[in-house]
Design a protein around this ligand. Structure first.
Ligand code: PMP
Length: 454
């Protein structure tokens, strides 16, 4: 690295810390933990101004699926830029949004017919909550105003989406601002009794959900759930049977099922959408993150004609769904999303991911035997490793010890970006990663565990 490059690196850090307030960050940490200005990204690699390269093993917060600066997506965006950068979606429309809505509907179960665009994950969840509540209101169910969600769930950080989330780290401080929701214990299989299979544990845990639904259904609009993996909730996983049982209970008690596929959608768990593994049709599906291949902010909620029709009325009845973001269905974002779907189709990504996830599974085998690893779990292209203080009791390390941070720093020194969630190191790479690159990441994760559990 030349002196000039070094100076640019240092000056960017200095300028940034003067004016930029970073997300999910105690800014004082940057007195000790270096901030890393990234100069470029190519494929799975990120490169900083110091010339260091890092494998993006967490897909930049789970958004990137076909690598950074993907030539095909770049090209499609660039074509779109020549035609139309943006237009409001009320009273006007455009081809990229229509194409995308048609394609998403086609990828969904037959009952899903409509696509309502929003512009980030949290706003999709807020809109889904409003849509469900408003549906019941339009149908004359005046008492239905509550939502059920799982303990350890994460649905976003706007006030609505945070209200249905249940991780203290993000929520506790803001408790008084939250709307009242009903929380049911998660089927999280990490917490299962060893004598049970994942399926048995999940079924047993569903009883708690069923009882809650039975006792509260008259006041409940919807159950909102992250299908199969509670991603921000330390990548905790459960068996697909839960969604099947939940679908049956929601049908029986007149409650919507909202599937928050924001993190697990677009191939992450081995199928295009995670709910497919339970063979169910949610009433509302929230999508974002991977939707644009990781290029831009865009989100959508998909729903049925049954829900749509409850809003379709004379203007003066004031039954229309009122939710609007300025950048709704931005054409450049939609063109990135269409390009990303092209790649899924042309390159048979879901089939190829099966081979990659089997390779991940094999490479992770040796990690499970580590003295301070309490669990290694995987759903398709999401793998997670739980570092524990005591293997037999699964006693966790106290959060104040920040073991995950030690793993993060070790990863960076060894050219791999991992960003553990507390004591959990996870691996969620772009789908273009090669087997030898998977081996490299897992090798670094092994080293990171050694350092972090010392
Ligand atoms: N739902 C889930 C399941 C998520 O994982 C996230 C983001 N981590 C969100 C909602 C919120 O998305 P966004 O960060 O785009 O607001």
């Amino acid at each position: 690295m030349s002196k000039k490059e070094r100076n640019t690196f240092l000056s960017l850090v200095k300028r940034d810390l003067k004016v930029v307030w970073h997300p999910c960050t105690q800014m004082k940490d940057h007195e000790k933990i270096p901030l890393i200005p990234i100069k470029k990204g190519k494929g799975i690699w990120l490169e900083d101004y110091d010339g260091n390269q890092y494998i993006d093993a967490i897909s930049s917060w789970w958004v990137n699926i076909f690598g950074h600066s993907n030539p095909y997506i770049n090209n499609q965006i660039s074509k779109q830029l020549d035609n139309l950068e943006h237009v409001l979606l009320a009273g006007f429309t455009h081809e990229p949004a229509i194409d995308l809505a048609e394609r998403l509907v086609k990828l969904s179960p037959p009952k899903i017919k409509k696509c309502f665009f929003t512009d980030n994950g949290s706003s999709a969840v807020d809109a889904a909550m409003k849509m469900s509540y408003h549906y019941w209101k339009n149908k004359g169910f005046k008492k239905k105003s509550k939502f059920i969600s799982l303990s350890n769930s994460y649905h976003g950080e706007t006030l609505g989406s945070l209200s249905v989330s249940n991780i203290d780290l993000y929520k506790k401080t803001y408790e008084e601002l939250m709307i009242d929701t009903i929380v049911v214990e998660s089927p999280d299989c990490y917490l299962k009794n060893e004598k049970h299979t994942d399926k048995q544990h999940t079924e047993i845990m569903f009883d708690k959900m069923l009882k809650t639904i039975e006792n509260n259904h008259k006041e409940v609009c919807a159950v909102i759930i992250e299908p199969l993996v509670q991603c921000a909730g330390y990548m905790r996983m459960y068996h697909p049977i839960y969604l099947k049982l939940l679908r049956e209970a929601c049908d029986k008690y007149n409650i919507h099922l909202i599937a928050d596929e924001i993190a697990v959608g677009f191939g992450r768990t081995g199928t295009m959408f995670a709910y497919e593994q339970s063979k169910i049709t949610p009433d509302i599906i929230c999508l974002s993150k991977g939707i644009t291949g990781g290029y831009m902010t865009l989100s959508t909620i998909l729903t049925t004609n049954n829900i749509y029709d409850a809003f379709y009325d004379e203007y003066t009845k004031l039954n229309a769904f009122l939710h609007s973001h300025s950048y709704t269905a931005n054409p450049i974002a939609c063109s990135a999303a269409n390009a990303s779907l092209d790649i899924f189709e042309k390159k048979q990504i879901i089939t190829k991911n099966k081979i990659l996830s089997e390779h991940i599974s094999k490479s992770l085998k040796s990690i499970a035997t580590h003295d301070n690893v309490g669990d290694v779990r995987q759903h398709g292209m999401i793998a997670a490793i739980e570092m524990v203080k005591d293997k037999s009791s699964k006693k966790p390390y106290p959060w104040e010890e920040r073991r995950g941070l030690k793993a993060y720093e070790y990863g960076l020194k060894n050219n791999v970006l991992i960003r553990p969630l507390g004591n959990v190191i996870y691996f969620m790479p772009p789908y273009i990663i090669k087997e030898r690159e998977i081996d490299k990441v897992i090798n670094v994760i092994e080293g990171a565990i050694d350092i972090a559990t010392k």
